[in-house]
Ligand binder design. Structure first.
Ligand SMILES: *Cc1c(COP(=O)(O)O)cnc(C)c1O
Length: 398
């Protein structure tokens, strides 16, 4: 049955993914089921989207209630769910103003436009530069692609938007080498996701913050993958006592409903985008906003951050133990429930084997196994994952 669906899909869909050879049908808790009824423990959560797993609490009911009321209004009018969602996201992020988008890439586009406009209003110039990081990932639209630090993603689509320079993550000298009197912003993923789970170090982020303050540059943190509770804080930078000027968030924000946002401080909000500068048809529509609003409530009511801190300590301990016992793994990197295992060779076969054994994992680059489970996993799920992973690794190094 699955082979027929896959063959049909390959006739119709543009071939932009080498998909795993399963057809998923439904989810329950932290498990997914394919259309033949096989069960998978989900340690990818739709690339960090299903933070609360499938059908958590009354999340679905909140969505259904909003469907019955109003799905969409356009941004020419106010709607209650967007007001509620904006208020809540300000509270959990400590940022001041919100612009809702439909995706992560669109949030990055908005962040870039905000930074350029802020600089433009200061000096009227139109040649400002942004410093982004090597190995970063910010999305597939032209602006987001232009700041993505992996040349193979960009190459065929040149020319990029221009005036982007790349520095090494966690290397202040390399940032200083790219700095010029045209620099208007520095863009960093607080933890690089696609690039292989590389956390920005606290000292690096503090140095960037200081540099930005000294020169009135904007610090933009991309929290699309690492944000919304994944590290045990709502946003990963909150662990470091700094605050960005602009922040992007998406993936887990809507718990499966496509929604993102960029957020700015009051100072940036007052001196950047104004009426007519930016827009979106769908962004922050009542349905997406109801999802954001209920997600944040469920995080608070169920103490999700505390749970992440507890369960991730258990996961890290087990992974560190595995690293010691397994020659194939070089090291563990990451924080909270965003973990990467850097291996000595390609990890594709290990991931394929895990899938056959009923465990969904993803990679982050060719040699890193990436773990992004739902934030609501329990010890038994960690144990189940470890058992399958270890078996698959043993077969892998045989
Ligand atoms: C996934 C991701 C994006 C892009 O988000 P989309 O919703 O796929 O456009 C941008 N930045 C980071 C850090 C991401 O992980």
């Amino acid at each position: 049955m699955m082979q027929e669906v896959i063959a049909e899909a390959e006739k119709s869909l543009l071939h932009t993914y080498n998909r795993y050879q399963i057809v998923l049908d439904r989810g329950e808790g932290v498990y997914l089921y394919d259309i033949e009824g096989k069960r998978y423990l989900d340690f990818a959560s739709g690339i960090g989207v299903f933070a609360l797993g499938y059908h958590y609490g009354d999340f679905d009911d909140a969505l259904k209630a909003q469907i019955d009321k109003l799905l969409h209004t356009s941004n020419y009018y106010y709607n209650l769910p967007a007001v509620e969602a904006a208020k809540k996201i300000r509270r959990i992020s400590g940022m001041d103003r919100v612009f809702f988008t439909n995706s992560g890439a669109e949030a990055v586009e908005g962040a870039i436009k905000t930074a350029r406009k802020y600089a433009y209003l200061k000096d009227g110039r139109t040649d400002h530069e942004i410093i982004a990081m090597q190995h970063s990932f910010h999305g597939r639209t032209m602006g987001a692609l232009s700041v993505t630090g992996t040349p193979k993603y960009r190459e065929a689509f040149a020319p990029m938007i221009g005036h982007i320079r790349f520095a090494e993550l966690n290397d202040m000298d390399s940032v200083m080498a790219q700095l010029s009197d045209k620099t208007c912003a520095i863009l960093v993923e607080t933890i690089q996701g696609e690039g292989g789970i590389h956390p920005a170090q606290e000292a690096f982020l503090r140095d960037l913050r200081r540099l930005c303050d000294e020169r009135d540059l904007l610090l933009i943190l991309d929290e699309i993958q690492c944000g919304m509770g994944r590290t045990g804080a709502y946003y990963a930078w909150q662990r470091f006592g700094i605050r960005p000027d602009i922040m992007t968030t998406a993936k887990a924000l809507g718990g499966g409903v496509p929604v993102g946002a960029f957020l700015v401080t009051e100072a940036v909000g007052a001196h950047s985008l104004s009426a007519g500068d930016h827009g979106t048809t769908y962004g922050g529509n009542p349905f997406a906003a109801a999802a954001v609003s209920r997600m944040i409530d469920l995080f608070e009511e169920n103490h999700i951050l505390e749970h992440v801190r507890e369960i991730s300590a258990c996961l890290e301990e087990k992974l560190d133990d595995l690293v010691k016992r397994c020659d194939f793994i070089k090291e563990r990197r990451g924080c909270g429930l965003m973990q990467g295992l850097e291996c000595r060779d390609a990890v594709g076969t290990v991931i394929d084997r895990a899938l056959k054994a009923g465990l969904i994992l993803i990679n982050a680059g060719p040699s890193v196994i990436r773990l992004l489970p739902p934030l609501v996993i329990e010890r038994e799920h960690v144990d189940e994952m470890m058992e399958i992973l270890e078996t698959c690794l043993k077969e892998g190094v045989r």
